[in-house]
Design a protein around this ligand. Structure first.
Ligand code: NDP
Length: 342
């Protein structure tokens, strides 16, 4: 019998998760029902929102339960199809979870076109990551040529795409990232106009210098002290797509007790529009997303870097590394090769 390796939630972490937060186990191979496809996961996405799901409190998705297999997007190969439109050997993007095999509803599977040179793009720019950047920036940020767009976690998966889309739309784009090396990547490879390292004592002054005309759009991926530093620079009628708050996900920061009052003051004084969004709420408003992003990728207007880890044993380290800022670009773990390559 072929076993299905799985990584499950073992214990709710206090603060930063660790190896003990997870347990590896083996389960029987799932059996697909009518309307389902049986998939072998090849590449897994690791994502910050999973940290939010580890708290036992209200969020936009239910909390993880102890013993639950960790969910997540994957690019997988169909090994048995009990649904029309799919065949053995197809590559699909699915919610396959952190495991070798998954039986998933075919209607929730995205068929990856044959001969796609980079199937993992369906976890990055052509997947949820790209939809988040595209829909969040266009619908809430409403970029206009000549405006200044500031993006936090700029060397990460979503942030790197947001800034490049902002460049396509004619904005001056300024990134914020956690090291000089990441800032170099953001300006040299992603072609942002500037990037500022938030871990230097000079951060506030350097950010102000990089935004001589103030900030019209702040695409926030991190919250906390980075956002507090951006706020005084925003212009009247600025827009803030609130995408993520990764600096807060561990839930242990004491925080400045005046921060909320300051935030409310800036919202009023500068008439800022802040809107939180979750990708699945707004992505359906953009049916042209895949076509337009594919075109930008083909034309080299958008480039995508992957932070690739190898092997099932590296899923948990890749996730912990993501929370610690070890990744540059989209964090992906390869756990198997497509059978055509075996
Ligand atoms: P990234 O690839 O951007 O990786 C996370 C990055 O966050 C790290 O590389 C690190 O970069 C940065 N980071 C970690 N801790 C801190 C901190 N304390 N302060 C500032 N930066 C920090 O991940 P994603 O692109 O997948 O996600 C980015 C954000 O978007 C997350 O907040 C995520 O939850 C959110 N998201 C929201 C979605 C939605 O629908 N609203 C959908 C997808 C993602 P550095 O070295 O620069 O610190």
């Amino acid at each position: 019998m072929i076993a299905n390796r799985q990584i499950a939630f073992a214990a709710r972490p206090e603060g930063r998760p660790a190896a003990e937060t997870f347990i590896m186990r083996e389960a029987p191979m799932p059996v697909p029902e009518a309307g389902e496809i049986l998939c072998r996961n090849l590449w897994l996405s690791v994502d910050p929102y999973l940290r939010l799901k580890m708290h036992d409190r209200e969020s936009y998705t239910p909390p993880l339960q102890i013993g639950e297999t960790i969910p997540g997007r994957s690019v997988a190969e169909v090994i048995e199809a009990r649904a029309h439109g799919f065949s053995k050997g197809d590559l699909v993007a699915v919610s396959g979870g952190w495991q070798d095999f998954a039986a998933v509803p075919a209607k929730a599977a995205k068929l990856i076109p044959l001969r796609t040179p980079h199937p993992t793009a369906y976890l990055g720019p052509l997947g949820m990551t790209g939809e988040t950047a595209y829909a969040g920036l266009l619908q809430i940020g409403k970029p206009k040529p000549g405006e200044t767009l500031v993006v936090s976690a700029a060397a990460g998966a979503v942030g790197g795409l947001v800034g490049q889309i902002g460049k396509v739309k004619g904005c001056r784009v300024v990134g914020i990232a956690g090291s000089q090396e990441k800032c170099r990547f953001v300006t040299e490879e992603l072609k942002f106009d500037a990037c500022v390292n938030y871990r230097t004592p000079d951060f506030a002054r350097a950010l102000k210098k990089a935004c001589p005309n103030g900030v019209d759009i702040y695409f926030d991926n991190v919250g906390g002290p980075v956002t507090e530093t951006v706020l005084p620079l925003v212009n009247t009628f600025a827009r803030m797509p609130l995408c993520g708050l990764i600096s807060q996900y561990d839930g242990q920061q004491a925080g400045d007790p005046r921060a909320l009052a300051e935030l409310m003051r800036w919202i009023l004084v500068r008439r800022i529009t802040i809107r939180g969004f979750i990708v699945y709420d707004i992505a359906p408003n953009f049916p042209d997303f895949e076509g337009e992003m594919t075109k930008w990728l083909d034309e080299g207007l958008v480039v995508s870097r992957e932070h690739l880890s190898e092997g099932f044993d590296n899923i948990v380290p890749a996730f912990l590394g993501l929370l610690g800022g070890e990744n540059t670009g989209k964090s992906i773990v390869r756990i198997a090769e497509p059978s055509s390559l075996l």
